[in-house]
Structures are given as C-alpha cells and as structure tokens.
Write a protein that binds this ligand. Structure first.
Ligand code: MRU
Length: 354
C-alpha cells in the first residue's frame, strides 16, 4: 500500500497528489518553505498526512541549521512551527503535530547530557526530534489500523457505501481513516460496493479515492456530487463513511465541503452516517462547529482549474470554502482509534482523553 509521506535516506518524501491519477511521482521536500508550499498546494493533503508532513518539516528546518546552544534549536523550531501553522487553517492535526514537536524539544532539553561536548548534544537533540516525527507517523498508522477494525464492525458484507472526498491512505500515513475498513473488508472478502463522490472543486473523490480503491481491487463507482441523493433513494447505499479535519467538543465535525449536505441526505433516507476521527483530530478547545475556521481558497479552482478554457465569465464573483461543518445531530457514530463513540458527544468525546 502506498504511503504519501515518509522519511527515508535522510530526506522527507511525499507523493505529489496534485499529479494523481495521471502520474505517481514522489518528490523531496528540502526546506520548511517546500513543506509550507506542499501543504498549501495540496501536494500533501488530508488532516493526518498534513500533521505528519509538518512534524517532519520541523526536523527538516532544524537539521542543517547551525546551532550553538539548545536555545538556538528551540528558537528555530518555534519559528518553524509558527510559520508552518499558517499553511492551512482548518485541519487541527497540523497544529496538533507542531505543538507536539514544540513540547518534545523542551523535554529533550532536559534529557540531554550537558556534560557532553556541544556537537554531541546537538546530534542527540536533532536525532530525538526526528524520532518524535517518526513516532507521530507510526501512531497515525496504528490509529488507522484500529479505526479499520472498529469501523468494519459496523458494516456488513455486500453493503453499498458512499464516501466523500478522500480520507484514505492518501490522506494519512497509511490505510486511511474512513477508507481503512473498506481496505480491510476487501482483504476479508466483504465485497463492498463503494460510491465515491467526485468532490468538487478539487476532485479528491475522482482523482484520489477512486484511484486508491481501484488499486486495492475494491468495486468503486464514481458519481458527481449531485447524484448522492439519487443513489440513496435507489437503495444503493447502506452506510456513509467520511473523514474529519477538526471535531469540536460538541461533536460538530468539519470536513470537505459537501459533507454536511451528504449527512442531511443520509438522515432523510435513514442511512447511518459515520465520521472517522482519530483523537489527533478532536479539538476539545473548540466548543462548537461555529468556532472552526474554514479555509477559503482561490475562486479559480471553481471557474477554470480543470477546464481547457474558463467555464465562467471573466471576473465572475466566486466563493470557495474548502470545508463545511456537519452538525453533530447528523452523525450516527464517531469512529476513533480508541473505539466507537455515540451521542451525546459533548459527554462522550471527552472521556476519550481521561
Ligand atoms: O482539502 P483536503 O483534501 O486536505 O481535505 C481532506 C478532507 O476533507 C478529508 O476528508 C479529511 O482531511 C480527513 S482525512 C483522513
């Protein structure tokens, strides 16, 4: 199975997702500016994958920066975290991973043997930071595996499943969040029929989900976003599975624009709507979905990006929010790596952290 972000041969490597499905190309990110651009341009995307890339991005920034004391490293690390945090606002995994790196550097500052020559201390500190980034990546892989098992327990063989955007292996370190049970089901003969919303305007469903699932041999059918109610009404869908970029303390969940509409449709047709949310995506400091900052992207993604010539009059006004918030009342269950959470979410989500 592909991994979209990893560190090998002393280099940060990502799969450039803007080139999929046409080209499977891995690129090196050599500086913090490369990492910022790659996140902004969605070369690496999906909440957990962004977090992993950012953690490695911190290491990339400090590894070759000359440092003459612990505080030189801590200062560069802090500046890098502040900078990378500005790349995209909605997915909380970004700041979650940056905060973890920042907290870790001070622990390492306590652990380092100060009687050693500075060069050895410096190596120890930098090596430990790389270890922390590896740990964040490995924890994501483990969380996805666990969500796969929990999620599969809610699904039955032969089910029709609708998904929106890409919360698969491409959006994580590996396996995916809401696509993990589908990959697992494929290995275990569940014979799911998956419907992938194309997911305008950036087509993560068409370009990424259908590519990823077809590669795993899953029976996947691509539909336009406005066909979701039709396939539901026709009885083709028995469950909806989606990812999440930030879940507020009351269970409202921000995910790719269009998710909220799918959730409302699912409720109307009596179809369970499952949101897959690793604990790194739960933000108890955000009270409700109204407090989540929604990224707004360039309107040309709507008017001309995928066309040979512009498909809207020159200068037309556009509005391009990248995410929406699904109200908790539409979410049947939240699948985390620690287990399945049911309403009332304002009581039950916080128990995950006790
Ligand atoms: O703009 P993107 O492609 O980064 O948006 C991704 C999503 O909305 C995913 O569903 C979400 O990050 C969850 S990924 C496991």
């Amino acid at each position: 199975m592909v991994s979209p972000v990893f560190y090998q041969f002393d280099r940060l490597i990502i799969l450039d997702q803007t080139l999929l499905p046409g080209e499977e190309k891995y690129i090196y990110l050599e500086t913090k500016e490369d990492v910022w651009q790659a996140i902004k341009k969605l070369q690496v995307r999906g909440a957990p994958a962004i977090g992993v890339a950012a953690a490695y991005g911190v290491y990339v920034a400090i590894k070759d920066t000359p440092a003459y004391s612990f505080f030189d490293i801590a200062r560069e690390l802090h500046n890098t975290c502040m900078y990378l945090a500005t790349s995209r606002p909605t997915a909380v995994n970004l700041v979650w991973a940056l905060n973890r790196m920042e907290k870790r550097v001070f622990e390492i500052g306590e652990e380092v043997d100060k009687t050693l020559p500075w060069e050895q201390q410096e190596k120890f500190i930098k090596d430990q930071l790389l270890e922390e980034a590896h740990k964040i990546r490995q924890e994501d892989i483990d969380a996805c595996k666990a969500m796969g098992e929990h999620g599969l327990s809610l699904l039955e063989k032969g089910m029709g499943i609708l998904t929106h955007c890409n919360a698969g292996t491409l959006a994580t370190a590996m396996y995916g969040t809401c696509l993990a049970p589908i990959h697992l089901g494929q290995e275990r003969g569940y014979d799911f029929k998956v419907y992938a919303d194309e997911t305008r305007p950036l087509l993560q469903g068409a370009r990424l989900t259908s590519w990823e699932l077809a590669k795993s041999g899953v029976d996947v059918t691509l539909i336009c976003d406005n066909m979701a109610s039709t396939v539901m009404k026709q009885g083709k869908i028995q469950a909806v599975v989606v990812g999440c970029d930030r879940m507020a303390a009351n269970g409202d969940g921000a995910n790719k624009i269009g998710t909220g509409g799918v959730a409302i449709l699912a409720k109307e047709y009596g179809i369970p709507f499952y949101m897959y949310v690793p604990t790194s995506t739960i933000d108890l400091d955000t009270a409700t979905g109204d407090d989540i900052v929604i990224e707004e992207r360039d309107g040309r993604e709507i008017s001309e990006m995928w066309y040979d010539k512009p498909m809207a009059p020159d200068g037309v006004k556009t509005y391009n929010p990248a995410f929406d918030v699904t109200d908790h009342k539409y979410i049947t269950a939240v699948i985390t790596e620690k287990g399945i959470v049911y309403p009332p979410y304002s009581e039950n989500l916080k128990k995950l952290f006790e």
